[in-house]
Structure formats: structure tokens, C-alpha cells
Design a protein around this ligand. Structure first.
Ligand SMILES: C[S@@+](CC[C@H](N)C(=O)[O-])C[C@H]1O[C@@H](n2cnc3c(N)ncnc32)[C@H](O)[C@@H]1O
Length: 393
């Protein structure tokens, strides 16, 4: 049986030649060059790669942050980041699913005189990552894990978390949800063709919440959640407070992966309108600002009662909202509408749907999802296209 990583290997022999505007190149071809030509070519690619809009901004941001730290890079391609950060003092483990990419990087690193700081690991299967010995301080995945189906990326992630030191960092570049929407909401087997060329077998959208779900049950704190490159790229930097949670059994972890649809739950109209439209929920706010439109009775779901609760548990609601006018605020509450138990998130009208995630600050399950007008002096209308209740990751 040919597995997914074999198909992916066939594509990723062809890697980004530095910046996102300078195309791609086969590592196998690069290996045919003399040492001198290889170095000269790599330096030219690296100059393009270091453009402020592409890698330059994070080279400046992180600069010497990894000095003395052991960083593992998932999908190191032609080694631009590893070389940059080894020069500022990091120890770097290059890993890739393509052997030739690693052979190229090893030759490069030797030629640059940085071998003492470098290690290499070929990812034949996710389980090969179990071969990493010792602890690591940072996981660096720049545009790699989103090219595998979630379950494969999750396997790699969970193995790496076993080696990550508590308080270590998880830093990842991905394609944001908005890019996926903009480019036609294609199946992931097709989306990659638009983002990385015809031969690309897979690309998934991510946002910070989906990355956290892949790391779950690890607990994390968001350090940076950022979009750049004209909205084409997302960047997430998480501090991983507890990489492994040995207090949770496999069945407890499994139970916490379940989700419940909230759009079929009873609703209460307040100073606006809420009504079911097919599987969606349309709402209309009235002026003035902060008038409650209505609320969804999350407490009518038996979901929370099916999940084993501990004091560390938090609840999340993921929403996809199309807002055609005004601005709306979304918040989770207790029994009383003024008892906010999540941060209120406000969205402004846009032509495309938007995603947001509300997370409680307490272990008690939320009783309601409240919607209110967040536009000063205007009305707001929109549609909740989807809504899901789950355990926060
Ligand atoms: C778009 S390139 C990015 C390369 C490099 N990180 C950079 O910033 O230039 C994607 C890289 O991820 C690797 N890759 C693809 N799928 C992977 C997976 N499931 N696990 C690890 N690496 C993967 C590819 O071989 C390739 O080197």
C-alpha cells in the first residue's frame, strides 16, 4: 500500500527556492552542483528568502531567542531557517520526509562550518520521530504540517510533544482559513494545487484553535497569532505549558475530542430577531449599541454532561458567521445575560464568512451564547452558518 507520505515525498523533492516569489526547485538537481556552485546558489536563494515580508520579519523578531536552545524543525526544505538560527546560536535538528532535502542541507551546513550545531532525521513515517533523543526546547514547522491530513500531522505532533520541555515553544506557519475561503473552499486534496502547484497532494487551512486542537491534550498559551504576506500566511507561536497530560486517560482524551452542533438548540429572542433558516440561524439587531439580539440555550444540550469535568477544563464554541451589515458581539454567559464567562468577541460586516472561537474562563459549562449589537448607531444583520460546542484545547 502506498501511504500518504510516499505520495507527499514525490511532491516535496521540489522545495521552495527561498522566498515565496521565486518559485521552487528540485533538491535532487541541486545535489549535482559543485560545492562552490551549491553555496553560491544557496546564498542567492537565501537573500530572496530574507525579504522583510517573507522571513525577514521573524528573523528580526526571534533573532537570538534560540541561542543555546535545541530546536527541531519539521520539514526543513532547503534549510534557510535552520542556518539563520544556528548562526545566532541555536542547535538545530533538521527533519524532512524527503531524503534528498536532508542530504542537501547536510552538505550545505558542512560547507558553512556549522556541523557541530546540527542533527538530521529522515521522517519515513510519523513514528520515526520517536528516534529523537533528549529534550527539545522549540518545535519549528514553517509551512510543513498543513501539507498532511490532520490525523497524520497529529501523530507527528503528539510524538514531538513527548520530547518538548514544559514551557517550550511551538511555532508554525500555515495557510489561514480566509485564504481557503478566498480560493474557493476546495477539498484539501485540491487546495494544495493552488497554493503550491499541481503536484501538491494536500493543503489544509488552519487557525490558532485548530493548531491547539492538534496539540490537545497539551495545554498552551498563545504568544503570537498573526497574519502576513497579504493575508496568505498565518503564524502562530504557542508556549506549551504542559506538553503531556499524564493525568488524563486515553478514554478521557477521546471524550474531549467530541463536539456538539449548537444550531439546533432552542433560542430566545430579546431586543432583535433570531430565526432558523435551514441549518443556519439568521439574526437581526436593533439600535442602539449593546442591545441584546437574543441567545442560544447551550444548557439544553446534554453534551457537557457526557464529558468528564476536572478543574482545568474550559469550554469552547466555534462559530462561522456571515455578517452583512453592522457589527455583532458574541459571548458565552451563565444563567444571567450579564454574567459573561468568556471574552466577548466583536465582528464587523464583511462579504465573506468569518470564524471565531469563544472560550470560557471557568470549568462550568456555558449556559447561553449571547449575541448583541456592537455597532454604534446602526443595525446589524447576519447569519450563523455553523456553531459547535466542544472542550477547549
Ligand atoms: C513548503 S516546504 C517548506 C520548507 C521549509 N520549512 C521552508 O521554510 O522553506 C514544505 C516542507 O515540508 C516537508 N513536509 C511535507 N509534509 C511533511 C510532513 N508531513 N512532515 C514533515 N515534513 C513535511 C516537505 O518535504 C518540505 O521540505
Amino acid at each position: 500500500m502506498i501511504d500518504f507520505l510516499d505520495i507527499s515525498r514525490e511532491k516535496w523533492r521540489e522545495v521552495p527556492a527561498g522566498g515565496d516569489l521565486v518559485g521552487r526547485i528540485y533538491s535532487t538537481d541541486l545535489l549535482k552542483s559543485s560545492d562552490e556552485a551549491l553555496l553560491e546558489h544557496w546564498h542567492a536563494m537565501d537573500r530572496a528568502a530574507s525579504d522583510a515580508n517573507h522571513r525577514g520579519w521573524y528573523q528580526t523578531l526571534y533573532n537570538e531567542s534560540f541561542a543555546g536552545r535545541r530546536v527541531i524543525e519539521v520539514g526543513s526544505g532547503l534549510g534557510f531557517d535552520g542556518v539563520y538560527f544556528m548562526r545566532t546560536g541555536a542547535r538545530w535538528i533538521f527533519t524532512d520526509i524527503v531524503k534528498d532535502n536532508l542530504t542537501y542541507v547536510k552538505r550545505l551546513v558542512d560547507l558553512l562550518g556549522l556541523s557541530a550545531q546540527a542533527e538530521y532525521l529522515w521522517i519515513e513515517t510519523p513514528e520515526t520521530l520517536e528516534g529523537v533523543t533528549g529534550t527539545i526546547d522549540v518545535v519549528w514547522a514553517n509551512g510543513s504540517l498543513h501539507h498532511a491530513p490532520f490525523e497524520i500531522a497529529r501523530k507527528e505532533t503528539q510524538i514531538l510533544l513527548q520530547r518538548l520541555t514544559p514551557g517550550g515553544r511551538w511555532i508554525e506557519l500555515f495557510y489561514p482559513y480566509e485564504r481557503w475561503l478566498r480560493q474557493g473552499k476546495l477539498p484539501f486534496s485540491e487546495f494544495g494545487k493552488l497554493t503550491d502547484g499541481e503536484r501538491t497532494p494536500w493543503a489544509e487551512w488552519y487557525d490558532v484553535e485548530r493548531i491547539k486542537q492538534r496539540l490537545f491534550p497539551a495545554t498552551t498559551t498563545t504568544i503570537l497569532d498573526y497574519k502576513f504576506g497579504g493575508g496568505q500566511y498565518g503564524w502562530v507561536d504557542l508556549r506549551v505549558d504542559a506538553p503531556v497530560r499524564s493525568n488524563l486517560s486515553a478514554s478521557e482524551i477521546e471524550a474531549r475530542h467530541h463536539t456538539a452542533d449548537i444550531l439546533g438548540l432552542p433560542t430566545q429572542t430579546m431586543s432583535g430577531q433570531i430565526k432558523q433558516e435551514g441549518t443556519a440561524l439568521a439574526f437581526q439587531c436593533t439600535v442602539p449599541i449593546w442591545y441584546f439580539v437574543g441567545r442560544i440555550e447551550l444548557k439544553a444540550s446534554d453534551f457537557a454532561s457526557r464529558v468528564p469535568i476536572d478543574k482545568g477544563i474550559r469550554w469552547a464554541v466555534d462559530l462561522e458567521v456571515s455578517l452583512s451589515s453592522g457589527s455583532a458581539g458574541f459571548v458565552l454567559t451563565g444563567e444571567d445575560s450579564l454574567d459573561f464567562i468568556s471574552r466577548e468577541l466583536a465582528l464587523d460586516a464583511r462579504p465573506a464568512p468569518q470564524r471565531l472561537t469563544l472560550v470560557t474562563d471557568k470549568p462550568d459549562p456555558p449556559k447561553y451564547l449571547l449575541i448583541r449589537n456592537a455597532a454604534y448607531g446602526g443595525t446589524t444583520s447576519g447569519v450563523l452558518n455553523s456553531g459547535v460546542l466542544r472542550v477547549a484545547a
